[in-house]
Design a protein around this ligand. Structure first.
Ligand code: PLP
Length: 417
């Protein structure tokens, strides 16, 4: 343990809530070095939708490494990349009638967001981007400029500019018609709003506190962007790859964003991979104008391809995610009703769920109680006031029930103290 506090920067965060040394992992379980098991309701912050060391993906990876398949290839053509692109087209884009070209922007979610922002500005010749209250898009400067959290923004050390926040869905609890303020500013030549190149949005805000936008709000936003000739960037880094049920979190809203950011679970195995999907007419880049050393991590293409083949050849995973999500939702409703004095709020969609507490301290205490009982969960929201659940989509029913029981006990333990 000592080496971590001695050598690793104070910036580390997750390890503070879970002060054990993890060693092995399988499915929804993580094991510490003493063999103690923890049920993982965090799933790599959404990077492990198919669980830890998923056997099918592991075998594909082992086979690829064993035959000396190329590991690193910048953006050279490889067999692994070809398989991935063909499978993405066949299993995901084609069936959904989504006409996108694929940019490999670098290994992480923030890379996908930076590429989206750069491209939107290049295409339109405009600088300004509209973001939403409580948005989270990553920790690089461009991504931070469209992120809400003041602590994270404060870390930038330079002014974060060229972004204007608008109220996310339900920000005013339905007191005003959707987009009243936004559209008025767009239409008023005296409003002072710089003409936006793009709007960037999450269909369900994960880090922002498990805020699920209504489908009609997303549709309204898409229509507004079309009316005003603004590009719509949908950041599906955390909520994509089936987290809310369908492969893309925006599918149920019936919209087709101009640009989609994917990362986290697209690699399938927890290996770094990110994509920026762009409508073909936006592909105005010069060769090499957006670049990076780690844009073709071929073992990640291999596990990504296998994940699409295994889990997205039919709608079984989507249906089970919706059903498991409903189950969590009904248990959360019971928890909320069992503690009327605490004013809890159950939130989320699919397998992105949360309970909002009156303070970050309460939500943090519930997560600490859960950890003592062998369950990993994190908090989110501007003050960490939302207990957040992102179990693997492949979690079995027994594990799900066990986790929900621990959550019920942990909430009770904190609220009856
Ligand atoms: N966008 C969203 C919606 C995210 O939730 C995250 C990370 O949590 C990011 C972007 C940034 O991804 P990364 O941490 O891989 O840079």
């Amino acid at each position: 343990m000592e080496i971590f506090s001695k050598l690793e920067s104070e910036v580390r965060s997750y390890s503070r809530g879970w002060p054990v040394v993890f060693d092995r992992a399988q499915g929804s379980m993580l094991y510490d070095e003493n063999g103690k098991g923890y049920l993982d309701f965090f799933a790599g912050a959404g990077a492990l939708n198919y669980g830890h060391n998923n056997p099918a993906l592991k075998q594909a990876l082992i086979d690829y490494i064993a035959r000396d398949g190329v590991t690193h290839a910048l953006d050279m053509f490889t067999v692994a990349k070809r398989d991935f692109l063909e499978t993405l087209q066949e299993k995901i884009l084609g069936p959904r009638e989504l006409d996108y070209k694929v940019v490999f922007p670098g290994p992480g979610g923030a890379n996908a967001v930076e590429a989206a922002l750069k491209l939107a500005r290049k295409v339109t010749g405009k600088e300004s981007v509209i973001n939403f209250t409580n948005a989270f898009h990553g920790m690089t400067l461009g991504a931070l400029s469209v992120t809400g959290n003041s602590m994270k923004r404060g870390g930038a050390g330079v002014p974060l500019v060229h972004a204007t926040p608008m109220p996310y869905d339900k920000y005013f609890d339905g007191a005003y018609p959707d987009f009243l303020y936004f559209e008025r500013l767009l239409e008023d030549s005296g409003s002072g709003l710089n003409e936006p190149a793009a709007v960037i949005v999450e269909a369900l805000q994960g880090e922002g506190g498990i805020n699920a936008a209504r489908l009609e709000w997303l549709k309204g936003l898409s229509d507004l962007c079309e009316r005003h000739n603004i590009l719509l960037i949908l950041d599906d880094v955390q909520m994509g790859c089936g987290r809310t049920g369908p492969f893309f979190s925006f599918e149920d809203a019936g919209i087709k964003p101009d640009i989609v950011c994917l990362s986290k679970s697209i690699g399938g195995y927890g290996l770094p991979l990110a994509l920026t999907l762009i409508k073909p007419e936006l592909d105005v880049w010069e060769p090499g104008e957006h670049n990076g050393t780690f844009r073709g991590i071929n073992p990640a293409f291999v596990t990504a391809t296998e994940a699409l083949r295994v889990y997205w050849s039919d709608d079984k995973l989507e249906q089970s995610t919706r059903a498991k999500g409903e189950r969590i939702g009904s248990v959360f409703d019971e928890i909320v009703q069992a503690h009327p004095e605490a004013n809890l709020v159950a939130k989320g969609r699919g397998l992105a769920r949360g309970i909002e507490f009156a303070s970050g301290e309460l939500a943090g205490s519930v997560c600490a109680e859960a950890f003592d009982r062998g369950l990993l969960m994190e908090t989110s929201g501007p003050d960490g006031e939302v207990m957040k659940l992102l179990p693997a989509l492949t979690i079995n029913d027994a594990e799900l029930e066990q986790g929900l029981e621990i959550i019920g006990e942990s909430v009770r333990a904190v609220l009856t103290k």
